[in-house]
Ligand binder design. Structure first.
Ligand code: B3K
Ligand code: ZN
Length: 883
């Protein structure tokens, strides 16, 4: 595969000022006539005008009114080059597209008879020949023509300026986007759609039209998306002073979509998963997901669209920043301090489970990569989630107001431009008069830094000295790392559980939390006037994306879990206690010695569980043991079956020990009455359902019936799903006795929701992730009439769910899981390379398993590598895994 390098970036030879497009929509043969008004870039000495194109048929080329002869241009599979073009060019390009044959869901494609587009990153070139790169920003006018019955709705970016009848049963709509944009933000949607719409007043008093478009029959599921959109608009006005710049903002939902959603200017296109919700079909998690994704795409309007990326290596400029913004949005909406912390913990959990593991594997790359083969493979947790952590570190270092000053300067300098991660960093530094040069390493160096801490209390001097040392493991192409600029938020807890006022030696400022700046490999910080021995509270609120090492004893951890004023560190202490025990259990299983859990740990959990002064959502987080994937990360050689067994043992022990308290919590946290997805109610449901999942581990008829009754009486999908999950995923012996009921329930559930694709996705996932489901059963489920490989959501719901979230079965000893994986990657590769490449990554960490398993995984990887016509998406992932 051919790599593209960041160091090779050069501006384009020609700029595009204006684009006029005319579409004649037809599923088999859509005709596209494009007029490009271009001018030479005076800074470039090369003469060639370069346009990209892929899988489209070129019908006509006209340059400044004259048909271009074949000798005047070069055409390859990917490129159209006009040699020696004049300084001013009006280029007319006619192409046709077979949208119905397009199963890649990139470019123009058909889903349920409707047209949709997806142009990021390089899909616009599948529509017409164009300098399809983000630094080329142009204004677009789009004319859509199509059959009135088949395509009653015709949408594109910006404002609708004209529409009318064409006779012959056809009609047209003309759209104009008043803002210059890169081609990746282009969108069109056409088909049978209906909308919920609302007029909304902006802070400035200007009135805008908001619309949520869905397929007919789904209008009962759009309210939450609409509410989320209005909240997003308000939030960006209030928090960042950023106003919606269009008169109309549209969201369209489609059930065939490669990812979550897309921020096309004024016409966001969404996966139905992140739009459709009502209490009957959507869970609390779905509601929260919709709110944050609607927010995320809306926030892109400023961070991404108004200020965009110079090249795709800068992707995190818009993605990291916009994820940070959507995280803050969700946190601010909850409002309470612990609510915010709960959101923070959830985000950290995702980062650690997915990004830390990416950073330790063959696809490790810096937040601003140096090279790629296929850019679509770089929409990663590193670019998004680690990128957001990098932005959060500015926030931590500069403070609330300082960060806002940086944002203001960034927009003041770069509105309407395509810029780099460096431009953002420099704006942050300049606005605050700070030197952030070293901070640049967060963008250029891959890998998760480790910070190891040591503390020493000197009773005679009444000082506490903390030494911090950092290091970073080598990653592909980067063997030596330089020290990072790491903000370490720090506090001290005394024996009574109180907060010790912090005063650094030679400093007069006293604070409860101090942001220590670790910039060298090793540093020491001395705190004075510390009256008694203390327990350090390190990396508060997870102030940097690092692995923090400190040799806490169990008593210290229990103390922090009980008293730390920082909810993140409090939760973290509980997780450390749990992880220690889970790792010991795994090793006991491997040695064949008896398993047990200690009272200190069980009591610590109990205290949290019954502490009604704590937020239910927070209690649920503490009661949730580290996932099997997290445990595997902590081991040198992963043992999926041992891990599963250990975690299940711990769950059963906890269930026994906390029996009556769990029942009490279950009863105390019911949420009767009308369903509301607000954080407090959702938190109560989460805690109650966490209790239920423990209760069914009792192996008693009464608890199983509790779950069954909840399933039957549930008035919302959250409780229904949770009951079903408890019944299907519990490992108690009784489980077998109830297999019949379980299968019966699954059948009933299917019948009831068979017309609701998103619920059927859940139905598949529930089975794919059940500890009792093996490879053979997954293959059987693929034969189910509701299964479809071509629909990304469905493929993810079954295949991805099994390969990524059922480790004990996926990694079964005979290697059949890997064969299944290879078969699936190969099948998906033909249909949809982007989705296939995602699945290909499930074997990223193959060198982490025992030798015998490695051999089987390697064989599967090699089989995929040898497949004919492997897409470059899959080829890149596999070749990096095998490198
Ligand atoms: N920007 C899009 C992602 C595009 C992915 C292209 N393979 C969605 C988002 O991050 O908001
Ligand atoms: Zn984004």
């Amino acid at each position: 595969p051919v790599s593209i390098y960041r160091k090779d970036y050069a501006p384009p030879n020609f700029w595009v000022d204006k684009v006029e497009m005319g579409f004649d929509l037809h599923p088999i043969r859509t005709h596209v006539a494009t007029r490009l008004f271009m001018r030479r870039n005076p800074d470039r000495s090369e003469n060639d005008l370069i346009l990209f194109g892929e899988d489209i048929k070129l019908l006509q080329l006209r340059l400044n009114g004259v048909d271009l002869k074949k000798s005047a241009y070069r055409l390859t599979k990917e490129c159209l080059t006009i040699v020696n073009a004049p300084d001013e060019v009006c280029l007319e390009v006619e192409t046709t597209i077979a949208a119905d044959k397009n199963t890649t869901m990139s470019g123009l494609y058909v889903s349920n008879g409707n047209f949709y587009t997806q142009c990021e990153a390089e899909g616009f070139r599948k529509i017409t020949y164009f300098p399809d790169r983000p630094d080329v920003m142009a204004s677009f006018t789009v004319m859509l023509r199509g059959d009135k019955d088949a395509y009653p709705v015709l949408l594109s970016n910006g404002n609708l300026i004209e529409q009318g009848d064409l006779g012959d049963g056809r009609h047209y709509a003309k759209w104009e986007d008043p803002f210059k944009k890169p081609s990746y933000l282009f969108a069109l949607v056409a088909g049978k759609l209906v909308c919920q719409e609302e007029k909304f007043k902006l802070q400035s008093g200007r009135q805008v039209l908001l619309q949520v478009w869905v397929e007919p029959g789904n209008l009962d599921k759009t309210q939450h998306a609409m509410d989320s959109l209005k909240k997003s608009i308000r939030w960006d006005e209030q928090r960042f002073g950023l106003e919606l710049d269009l008169d109309r903002f549209m969201i369209v939902a489609t059930s065939d979509f490669n990812m979550g959603a897309m921020e096309n200017k004024g016409l966001n296109i969404f996966n139905t998963k992140y739009v459709l919700a009502n209490p009957r079909v959507a869970t609390d998690t779905d509601y929260a997901g919709i709110e944050s994704v609607v927010g995320h795409e809306y926030f892109h309007n400023w961070t991404g669209n108004r200020v965009t990326c110079r090249d795709w290596f800068q992707l995190s400029l818009k993605e990291g920043l916009t994820v940070f913004r959507d995280q803050e949005f969700s946190g601010d909406l909850v409002g309470t301090e612990t609510g915010r912390a709960v959101k923070r913990i959830e985000d950290v959990r995702v980062l650690r489970q997915l990004q830390f593991s990416e950073d330790a594997g063959p696809m490790a790359h810096p937040v601003r990569p140096d090279s790629f083969v296929e850019i679509n493979n770089f929409y990663t947790v590193t670019i998004y989630e680690k990128g957001a952590e990098v932005v959060r570190m500015y926030y931590t270092l500069l403070g609330h107001e300082g960060f806002r000053r940086g944002m203001d300067l960034y927009f003041q300098r770069h509105d309407g431009q395509a810029v780099t991660c460096d431009d953002f960093r420099v704006a942050m530094a300049d606005a605050n008069g700070r030197d952030l040069k070293q901070f640049e390493r967060w963008y250029s160096q891959a890998g998760t830094p480790r910070v190891s801490a040591q503390g020493h209390y000197d009773g005679s001097k009444k000082t506490y000295s903390l030494s911090l040392t950092q290091s970073c493991p080598k990653t592909a192409g980067q063997s030596k790392k330089k020290p990072f600029h790491i903000p370490v938020a720090f506090g001290l807890i005394d024996v009574q559980g109180g907060e010790v006022p912090l005063q650094l030696e030679g400093d007069t400022i006293v604070a409860r939390t101090k942001i220590l700046e670790l910039t060298r490999e090793s540093q020491q910080f001395v705190f004075v006037n510390v009256e008694q021995d203390v327990t350090p509270s390190l990396l508060r609120n997870f102030s940097a994306p690092v692995i923090l090492e400190f040799e806490y004893c169990d008593e210290q951890l229990a103390h922090l879990l009980a008293y730390d004023s920082d909810p993140f560190c409090r939760w973290e202490a509980g997780q450390r206690l749990a992880m220690r025990r889970l790792l010991n259990l795994v090793s006991a299983i491997q040695k064949g010695v008896p398993l047990s859990l200690d009272i200190l740990f069980l009591d610590a959990l109990k205290k949290t569980l019954i502490d009604t002064s704590l937020d239910p959502a927070f209690r649920e987080l503490v009661l949730t043991l580290p996932s099997e994937a997290m445990i595997a990360e902590e081991m040198k050689v992963a043992d999926p079956q041992g891990i599963h067994q250990a975690r299940q043992f711990a769950r059963a022990e906890i269930a026994q020990y906390l029996k009556s308290d769990l029942l009490q919590v279950y009863q105390d946290n019911q949420t009767p009455g009308k369903y509301s997805p607000d954080a407090l109610s959702a938190g109560k449901r989460a805690l109650k359902n966490c209790a239920l999942a423990y209760l069914v581990e009792w192996a008693e008829k009464s608890t199983y019936e509790l779950a069954y009754t909840q399933y039957q009486d549930a008035e919302n999908m959250t409780d229904r799903m949770a009951a079903l999950l408890a019944m299907l995923h519990c490992s108690s012996a009784l489980d077998k006795v109830y297999r019949k009921t379980r299968n019966q329930v699954l059948l009933e559930f299917y019948k009831e929701f068979q017309n609701d694709a998103l619920v059927i996705d859940k139905w598949f996932t529930l089975q794919a992730t059940a500890p009792t489901t093996d490879v053979t059963q997954v293959r059987q489920l693929m034969q189910h009439k509701a299964f479809s490989m071509g629909n990304p959501n469905r493929a993810r719901s079954l295949i991805f769910a099994f390969c990524n979230a059922n480790p004990a079965q996926f990694h079964c000893a005979d290697g059949s899981g890997y064969e299944f994986w290879a078969d699936s990657v190969i099948a998906l590769n033909k249909l949809n390379p982007q989705v296939a490449a995602r699945l290909a990554r499930s074997l990223d960490r193959w060198t982490k398993y025992p030798k015998a398993q490695q051999t089987r995984m390697k064989a599967a990887l090699e089989r995929v590598a040898k497949t004919k016509s492997l897409s470059k998406d899959v080829a890149e992932v596999i070749s990096k895994a095998l490198a």
